[in-house]
Ligand binder design. Sequence first.
Ligand code: DGL
Length: 275
Amino acid sequence: MNAAQTQPLPIGVFDSGVGGLTVLKALREKLPREDLVYLGDTARLPYGTKSPTSISRYACQATNHLRQQGIKLLVVACNTASAVALDVLREQMAPLPVIGVVEPGATAAVAAVSGGVHLVLATEATVRLGAYARAIAERDSTARVDELACEMLVSLAEEGWTDGDIATAIVRRYLGMLDGKGGEPDCVILGCTHFPILRDAIAACLDAKTRIVDSASTTADAASALLDELGLGNEQAGTGSLTLLATDGARRFASVGGRFLGEDLDAGDITLVDL
Ligand code: DGL
C-alpha cells in the first residue's frame, strides 16, 4: 500500500447551497477529527422549486465532483436532494456509503413524539415527494404526518430576517394554511436546511409544548455510527480540515453561509468549482 492509499479520505458533504452548513456544523461537532469537504451548488440554488429530473441531474453532477476529489462517505445534507434523489445517488456512488438527511430527521421526530401528529415544513419538491411521511410511517405506523411547503422561509433565512415581526408573520401565514386540517401538531420537523436558523420564529407561532426537531445532529450521529461500523473513522490526532467548495458566488456564500455555519467566513475560504 503506498502513502496516498494510507492517507485518510475526507467526508464529502453536499447541499444545493449554504443551508447544508447547518449539517456540516453538527458533523464537525460530532466528528472533530474528520476532514470535511463541502460542496454547495450555489449556481443552481434553489433545488426546492425544480422538477425531480433536474434535481437528480444536478445532484448527480455535484456529488460526482466530490467523488472524483476522493471521499470515504457522502452526506447529502440537502433535504430536497435527499427526498428526490437519494436512491439514484446511492446507485451512482456505490460502493461509497451515502447518508441523506430525511431518514435521520424521521428518526429524530419519532424519538421526540410517539404517535401523534407530525408537521413537516419543507420545500415544494420535498413535500411533493412525501419522503418524510414515508420515513416516519416506517418508524411509527401510528403517527399522522402533515406536510407544508414553505418556500418563502428559504429566502427569509438567506436574507437573515430570522426574527422579529416579519419572520413570525410569514411563519403564521404558512401555518394558517393548515387551518381546518387537524389540530395543533405534536412535533414540527424542520425538513429544510434553512429552517433551523428560523427555529425561534417558528417556535413563537406554536404551542409551547410542540416539539421541534431537525435532522442535523441525528445525521451526524448516523454518519458517526456508519464510520464506526465500516471501520472508516479517522484516528489522526488534532482537528480535521474543512474545505468549502461552491459553484458560484464566493462572496455571497461567505456572507450568508457564515450564519448557517455559526462562524465568520471570508470569500477567500471558498473555492469555486465548475461542474
Ligand atoms: N437545501 C434545500 C433543502 O434542504 C433548501 C434550499 C433549496 O431549495 O435548494 O431542501
